[in-house]
Design a protein around this ligand. Structure first.
Ligand SMILES: O=C[C@H](O)COP(=O)(O)O
Length: 312
């Protein structure tokens, strides 16, 4: 099938000659810092210098509008998902002057339930698909699951990279899977989860970011929130540097989604600070910045309003 190859062929100097490994070449061409200690120093400096100035009501309100309000539990049911969706409807009715969350994020089999219960037009329906969170299944299974979710009303799709392919260095197979899933959903945004807690090093996170973007990812996303360590500021920093470099090379804005273990306003503002400082104001829009979280929205709401209400 036609996958990442076409994108990778563009703009690469070796294309005129016999290509060595095109994936390695794309990665080698990147200038993004991958020394773990240097990345950590840069993150600390950036957060120390800018975090506090972003701890204000406007940022909290913006961040609430970037939340993919998530439930991904074994105990999810049609009834619980309907009740979850009602919270978003009620929020809109009770606080019509506030922007709502960006999306409701559920397992793919619940897209139809959210679609049937959601009464708010500017909140999307995101699904975690393609055998989330392990991504261990035949590609045909992943494509079928994803196509059904779109048919059921999903607006956006989150999928995990094939970690086995990544660790085996089977980059072509990894990229082709992502490209096939993107082809399955057409213009709907595809968020590609790197599972940065399993990738561990800045070098691996850079590699996975580049491969995902060249394969057609509309967003790159840190973590599933399952098993492995969740988002880290270091991972976010490397991913945002990769997004910036990709934009400079191709004029394509890829979004960034932080997810996995983000529960407090303070932490959310740290991720905001990284996006703002590395990528700039153009990314400060929920079309390009999301936070996926199962238990952050109430804290943001309370920080924003100074109340103890828990609308979500
Ligand atoms: O995609 C979103 C994550 O699964 C949410 O993770 P969390 O439950 O740690 O907030």
């Amino acid at each position: 099938m036609k996958g990442v190859t076409d994108n990778l062929k563009k703009d690469l100097p070796f294309e005129q000659t016999v290509p060595p490994d095109k994936y390695e070449a794309a990665i080698k061409a990147s200038q993004v810092e991958t020394d773990n200690d240097k990345v950590s120093d840069q993150v600390h400096r950036l957060v120390d210098e800018h975090w506090q100035e972003n701890m204000n009501r406007d940022v909290y309100e913006f961040l609430l509008n970037c939340v993919d309000l998530t439930t991904l539990s074994t105990t999810d049911s049609e009834r619980s998902i309907a009740a979850f969706t009602q919270k978003v409807n009620k929020y809109q009715a009770k606080y019509p002057d506030f922007k709502n969350v960006a999306s409701i994020c559920v397992y793919s089999n619940f897209a139809e339930v959210v679609r049937g219960n959601l009464e708010v037009s500017d909140v999307g329906i995101a699904v975690c698909s393609a055998s989330f969170p392990s991504s261990q299944a035949h590609i045909e299974t992943k494509v079928a699951e994803t196509a059904l979710a779109i048919q059921d009303g999903a607006d956006e799709v989150d999928v995990v990279i094939n970690m086995g392919y990544f660790l085996d260095g089977a980059y072509e197979e990894l990229c082709d899977e992502i490209a096939e899933l993107k082809a399955t959903i057409g213009n709907h945004p595809l968020k590609v989860i790197l599972e940065t807690g399993a990738l561990k090093s800045a070098e691996n996170i850079k590699r996975a970011s580049i491969l995902a973007m060249y394969s057609g990812a509309d967003f790159i996303k840190t973590s599933t929130g399952k098993i492995y360590p969740g988002a880290s500021l270091e991972a976010a920093y490397v991913m945002c540097q990769c997004i910036k470099e990709y934009y400079q090379k191709h004029s394509i804005m890829v979004g960034f989604k932080a997810s996995g273990g983000i529960r407090t306003t303070e932490d959310a503002v740290k991720y905001y600070t990284i996006v703002k400082e590395v990528l700039g104001d153009h990314w400060l829009d929920n079309e390009y910045f999301r936070i996926g979280a199962s238990s952050l929205a109430n804290d943001l709401f309370q920080s924003m309003t100074g109340t103890t209400d828990k609308p979500f």
